[in-house]
Design a protein around this ligand. Structure first.
Ligand code: SF4
Length: 258
């Protein structure tokens, strides 16, 4: 697990620099969820501690990429795509590996009005007979009920597809508003584990709109250049927790410094 390094001095926004500043898709999403945490991270150098790595999800992602790549090389639809009546094939492109590299590369585009470079790593992209691209994201879970994308907490999933649509459009591609989630659900009704996990696989279409992205980038930039600390987001309990910790520690800290 990556260790937490506390206050950092690299990859910070410098308000006096004229150079474009690179913002990842996850940081833009952080901004939408909580402008204060976004500011603490990119202006003041205190990011949230990294979460635990989702090793099983990553394994599923990696294997799905390999599986769709077989059909990409053949220029044919994966049987699942055919079963769902999706008239498209996995898109073959020389930059696919770069686009999939979420850590350091991904799909990038400069948003001139804000001078921010937005970037994000995709799971997959399919192309239909009209030459329009469909953004595809793989998701893995294990639950007794059917998978959907209707829960409130899944808003980030939808924004993810919409940001990628924006990025591909800003790279000159024709992009369909319809994206797809290839959602795999681990079966929990087996008698025993037996050293294997089986999955149900569903494709869930999602009609996205990237119309909010430009405005979000402009707002994010306005916060970054400001010297004022933004308000915290409304659906996170950690600020209350931090405040409570500060309150209970204060008498001890005072005593130490006396
Ligand atoms: S509300 Fe949560 S996300 Fe926002 S600054 Fe506080 S801890 Fe960070």
């Amino acid at each position: 697990m990556p260790s937490y390094s506390g206050i950092r001095t690299r990859n910070l926004f410098n308000p006096s620099s004229k150079e474009p500043f690179t913002l990842s898709r996850t940081k833009l999403d952080l901004f939408i969820k909580c402008p204060r945490c976004f500011y603490l991270d990119l202006r003041l150098g205190v990011g949230q501690p990294p979460g635990y790595p989702f090793s099983l999800n990553n394994a599923v992602d990696g294997l799905m990429k390999k599986e769709f790549d077989i059909y990409r090389a053949d220029k044919t639809a994966h049987p699942l795509m055919a079963a769902y009546g999706i008239s498209a094939v996995p898109f073959a492109h020389a930059k696919l590996d770069e686009w999939r590299d979420a850590r350091t590369r991904g799909v990038k585009a400069l948003h001139e009005p804000s001078n921010l470079i937005l970037r994000g790593g995709i799971d997959d992209v399919w192309v239909n007979s009209e030459g329009d691209l469909h953004i595809v994201d793989y998701k893995a879970t294990a639950k007794a009920s059917e998978v959907t994308i209707d829960e409130e907490w899944q808003g980030g999933y939808k924004r993810q597809i919409e940001i990628y649509q924006w990025l591909f459009r800003h790279n000159g591609f024709k992009v369909s508003p319809i994206g797809y989630f290839v959602y795999v659900n681990g079966k929990m009704d087996r008698k025993a584990f037996d050293a294997k996990l089986e999955f149900d696989v569903k494709i869930l279409p999602y009609e996205g709109s990237d119309s909010w992205v430009d405005e979000a980038l402009m707002k994010a930039k306005a916060y970054l250049v400001s010297a004022k600390i933004p308000s915290p987001g409304s659906d996170c309990e950690f600020c209350d927790y931090r405040e409570a910790v500060r309150e209970v520690l204060q008498p001890f800290l005072k005593e130490k410094s006396a």
